[in-house]
Write a protein that binds this ligand. Sequence first.
Ligand SMILES: Cc1cc2nc3c(=O)[nH]c(=O)nc-3n(C[C@H](O)[C@H](O)[C@H](O)COP(=O)(O)OP(=O)(O)OC[C@H]3O[C@@H](n4cnc5c(N)ncnc54)[C@H](O)[C@@H]3O)c2cc1C
Length: 397
Amino acid sequence: MRIGIIGGGIGGTATAYALLRQGFDVTIFEQAAAFGEVGAGVQMTPNAVKAIKGLGLSDKLLRAAFYPKAIVGRNWQSGRENFRIDLGDEFRRHYDAPFIHIHRADLLDVFATELPSEICRFGRRCVGVVQTETGARAEFEGGETFSADLIIGADGVRSAVRGALFEAGDLRWTGHQCYRALVPTDGVVDDVNPDSTFWMGPNAHVVTYYVKGGRMVNIVAVTEASEWVAESWSTRASRDQMLADFAGWQPTLQTLFARVDEVYNWGLFDRDPMQTWSKGAVTLLGDACHPMLPFLSQGAAMAIEDAYVLATALALHRRDLGAALQAYEGERLPRTARVQLEARERGRTYHLPSEEEMAARDADYARRAKEDPRTTGINTDWVYDYDPRAFARALAA
Ligand SMILES: Cc1cc2nc3c(=O)[nH]c(=O)nc-3n(C[C@H](O)[C@H](O)[C@H](O)COP(=O)(O)OP(=O)(O)OC[C@H]3O[C@@H](n4cnc5c(N)ncnc54)[C@H](O)[C@@H]3O)c2cc1C
C-alpha cells in the first residue's frame, strides 16, 4: 500500500515511522524547509510513553527525558500544596510506563531521525485532496500532485486536508491565551524542583516543569481573554505584560517570570469532536481531527497514540482499507472526544474566580486523594491507564 502523509509534526513523523515499521511504502510532505518544533517543552504521560514503547523507540525517548518527582497543585498566592500525585516507582509500575518531560525538538527527533531522507519531501504545502478511482491525490502549491492508496492528513489544527474533506467550520476560540517561555534554571526555582507544578488562581493558571535534563524550566501561563486578534497563533509577547498579568502571584513565579528572555503568546483554539475522520481513501490524525486545549497535556500524546493504532489497523487489514479505517476510528474517536471535552472542562475548574469556589475545589481534591491518590487533582487516571498495545493484541486475537 502506497501512503502519503501531509504534515511533518509530531503526529506525521510518528505515523511515518509506525507505517515504515509495518512495511508500507510511505512519503511524508511538510510545508516547511525541514522538520522543526517550537522551543518549548512537552509532558509525555504514561499512555503516550506506552505507544512509543510499542513502536520500539522508548530507549531513545527516555535518554532525552526529565523525570519529575510528582504532579503538584499549588495555590496561586500562598503556594500551599492542594494535591500531589507521586510519580515514583509505584506509579511507573502501575501504568507500566513513566511520566516524563522533554523538549519538543527532542521528541520530534525521536521519530524524525528514523525516517530515510528519500521519503521526506519539504517545502510542499498541500492545498487540496481529491478522491480518485484507485485511491486519493494530494495537490500542492505550485501544481505538484501525489497519488496514493491512502492520504493521511496530519497537518495540524488548521488542516487543509480536513478542509478538503469535510465542512470544516471555524475553529472555536476558547477564551484562553497562554504565554510560553523557557528559562535556564540555575537553581532559581529549587522549591518547585523537580515537580510538574500546577499553580491555580482566579481566571488563570500556570504550569511549570523541567526539560533538558533539568537545565531549563518550561512555563505555560494561561489567562482569559475576550478575543484573539493576532493572525498567527504563536507570536512574540512581552515579559512586562506577563508579569503584569500575574501580579500578586507567588514570589517563586514572579522570580521565574522576571528571568524570561523570550516569551511567546498563543491563542488557544479547539473544535467540537467530529463524527468521523475518514472519507474514501483519506483520513485524519492528531490536531487535524481532534485539536484540544492543552490542560490535560494530551494533544501530542493523542497524535502518537493515533499513529500507533492507525499503523496497527492498516497492517492487520492490509487488503481492506475500509475495515482498517473503521477499526482506527472505532478505537480512537471515543477516546479523543472524551479527552477534548474533559480538557475544556479543566479550563473551568483550573480558573475558578472566587475564593469560595477554589476552597470547595481544593477540598474535593483532598477528599479524592484519600479515596484514591491517583484520581486527585487533575484527575487523569483514566487517561494514563490506556494502553494502545492492547488494541494490537485484541485485533490480532
Ligand atoms: C501551550 C500548549 C502546550 C501543550 N502541551 C502539551 C503537552 O504537555 N503534552 C502533549 O501531549 N501535548 C501538548 N500540547 C499539544 C501539542 O502541541 C499538539 O497537540 C501536537 O503538537 C499536535 O501535533 P500534530 O502533529 O497533530 O500537529 P502539528 O504539531 O501542528 O504539526 C502539523 C505539521 O503539518 C505542517 N503543515 C500544516 N499545514 C500543512 C500543509 N497544508 N501542507 C503541508 N504541511 C502542513 C506543519 O508545518 C506542521 O509541521 C500543547 C499545546 C499547546 C498549545
